[in-house]
Design a protein. Structure first.
Length: 595
């Protein structure tokens, strides 16, 4: 019988170490001989920097260096999409989390004391903290180009005319709030510059992109930067932007051969890190008397905070999910991203689509009340079917939204719901909601994952992926797919993740993409390795290759199962016959840019 590892209730490969306290997170990497770095933040939400005087701080016992923008050897810029944020600000600060100076000392206490001795002279500027203020013609400019990051429009059909001709129109303006990711594992890590290679161990969500950003900001060739991922306790999008990687790299460059550590307190993490976008949405939704949706007119204002972060992509995701899983023939969407003097806003679970879902689902409920229709029936009537188009007009070849809703309705007994059934100490309610979310980057953005599988001489299969496990179970996913496809027990697979020197580019652990993208790349690589092993077994056993099966770590002839080889035998025979015993997989599905 074929091994069935995928879909089984396999134990998490890292569970024992976590339960026993052996797992090493960022803060566990500190040593007694490490140097310590601390970051000086802005004293104003918006101000020009006139001067920075670090002489008193540098004279403190234990303080080794105080670094400013003048000490950054590269571009001194970072940003996932736009390089618009300075590593250390030299001319202007735009929110209270902006970094102005970096202290390196022999102890964390000395570094903290030194922060209080750095004298920064500012010229405070008027600050803006909400969208309306920022959009005023006389508003202070946060960036030289103005306070609008970008605008996004979608037009399908004629929404104004269709709304005017609708029998019923519901509308509302909703405001979502800023949200912090609040992961338990605070930003912490270490770096060392040794033999012309800068090695950084910090939790992120995309090690290869972090490597590119560090190299750019610090003026280093890419091959001289190595990023490794320690165990990570949560991310939720909060580690997509650079956090402490460049600060650690800069400190390590200044003190070659020394290990430099840096960690944030909870308050510093909240002051410095990006958040979920607060979004204001004005939404008008029209329908005919029979409940058929006719049009949606949506205007969205996105509070970007001080820098771009992933805002342009969040705006695209919000616009393309404006009508969710519903068939709406006429659509008008306008999204405006606006800078304010607050924390930059970027990636968080849902990535703009979550805010839109709250809005359109609320209005679908209101529309049902206005029409006197059952809320589930209204959704059933308008959910997309196979061949229908979504907000952007893109056709969905195979839609299952109705099937999903029907399964839930049956499970909760929607058609026989009884609001008066006994429910001690509470009121009984029934609700239904249907949303959609596009996995992967989307919008035509290149999206690919790579993986590598090899058979070691001891019969263990190694699988390499550049994806990072932030708690979602990536370690198990790549191991189980490898075990299933090659035909080996799970305990004979060793997954190796998140090391820019050893693992291939697998994209970010975000956008709900790792299982589909990296899992598919692993599947391709494992299938190719299995082919090699079947070829080796066929040659060694003098059998036909299509009669060779691999199961439970042994290759055998399906008609004569007594003729078999172990993985160790296959590795030995393969080397003698010149097989590489290694395979690579690339998964790159087609993506469709908006017209």
């Amino acid at each position: 019988m074929r091994t069935t590892v995928v879909g089984s209730d396999a134990p998490r490969l890292d569970a024992a170490d976590k339960a026993a306290g052996r797992t090493r997170y960022g803060q566990d990497l500190f040593t007694k001989t490490s140097l310590h770095a601390k970051v000086l933040r802005a004293a104003h939400a918006h101000a020009e920097i006139l001067s920075i005087d670090a002489r008193e701080a540098e004279r403190l016992p234990g303080v080794l260096s105080v670094l400013t923008h003048l000490d950054v050897p590269g571009t001194n810029l970072h940003g996932l999409i736009r390089r618009d944020q300075e590593v250390l600000c030299g001319r202007k600060v735009r929110y209270l989390g902006d970094a102005v100076a970096l202290v390196v000392a022999r102890s964390e206490e000395a570094a903290v004391e030194a922060l209080g001795k750095i004298r920064v002279e500012y010229r405070p500027l008027a600050a803006v903290f909400d969208i309306d203020e920022a959009l005023r013609p006389d508003a202070p400019r946060i960036h030289d180009e103005g306070n609008v990051l970008s605008e996004k429009r979608i037009r399908k059909g004629d929404a104004p005319r269709a709304l005017a001709e609708s029998d019923v129109v519901v509308q509302d303006t909703l405001q979502t709030q800023i949200v912090d990711h609040a992961f338990l594992d605070l930003e912490a890590g270490r770096a060392r510059y040794h033999r012309a290679v800068l090695t950084i161990e910090v939790s992120g969500q995309w090690i290869h992109e972090e490597r590119r950003l560090v190299a750019l900001a610090l003026g280093l060739p890419l091959e001289r930067v190595r990023i490794l991922q320690p165990a990570t306790g949560g991310a939720f999008g909060g580690r997509e932007d650079i956090s402490i990687q460049i600060y650690l790299g800069l400190a390590a460059l200044r003190h070659p051969g020394k290990t430099v550590c840096l960690r944030y307190s909870r308050s510093e993490s909240m002051v410095a890190r990006h958040k979920r976008h607060p979004i204001r949405i004005h939404y008008r939704l029209g329908a005919r008397r029979d409940g058929t949706l006719t049009a949606a007119e949506v205007t969205v204002w996105v509070d970007k905070g001080a820098y771009a972060s992933t805002g342009v992509a969040v705006m695209r995701k919000a616009s393309s999910h404006a009508t969710g899983p519903y068939r709406v023939p006429h659509v008008s969407v306008d999204v405006v991203g606006v800078f304010t003097n607050k924390n930059p806003c970027g990636a968080m679970r849902g990535f703009g689509a979550a805010q839109m879902a709250v809005t359109y689902e609320g209005l679908i409920d209101r529309l049902a009340v206005a029409l006197g229709m059952d809320k589930a029936e209204l959704r059933r009537k308008n959910l997309i079917r196979s061949g229908d188009g979504v907000t952007t007009g893109q056709i969905v070849p195979h839609a299952t939204a109705v099937d999903c809703m029907e399964a839930v309705l049956e499970r909760i007994g929607w058609s026989n719901r009884n609001y008066d059934a006994p429910a001690p100490k509470c009121r009984r309610g029934y609700g239904v909601s249907v949303i959609c979310f596009g996995l992967g980057y989307g919008d035509g953005f290149p999206d690919a994952s790579r993986a590598r599988c090899l058979l070691r001489s001891d019969g263990v299969v190694e699988v390499y992926s550049g994806g990072v496990d932030v708690g979602q179970g990536l370690l198990n996913m790549v191991a189980q797919i490898t075990a299933e496809e090659v035909g080996v027990p799970l305990e004979r697979v060793r997954p190796i993740l998140a090391d820019t020197d050893r693992t291939p580019e697998s994209g970010s652990s975000s956008a709900t993409r790792q299982t589909y993208f990296t899992g598919s790349a692993v599947h391709i690589a494992a299938a190719e390795l299995k082919k090699q092993l079947q070829d080796i077994a066929a040659a060694h056993l003098e059998e036909l290759v299509y009669e060779i099966q691999i199961e439970n770590g042994e290759a055998y002839n399906i008609h004569r199962p007594e003729r078999r080889m172990t993985l160790r035998d296959l590795a030995r025979a393969g080397k003698k016959r010149g097989f590489s015993l290694e395979a690579h997989g690339v998964f790159k599905p087609p993506t469709m840019p908006e017209d």
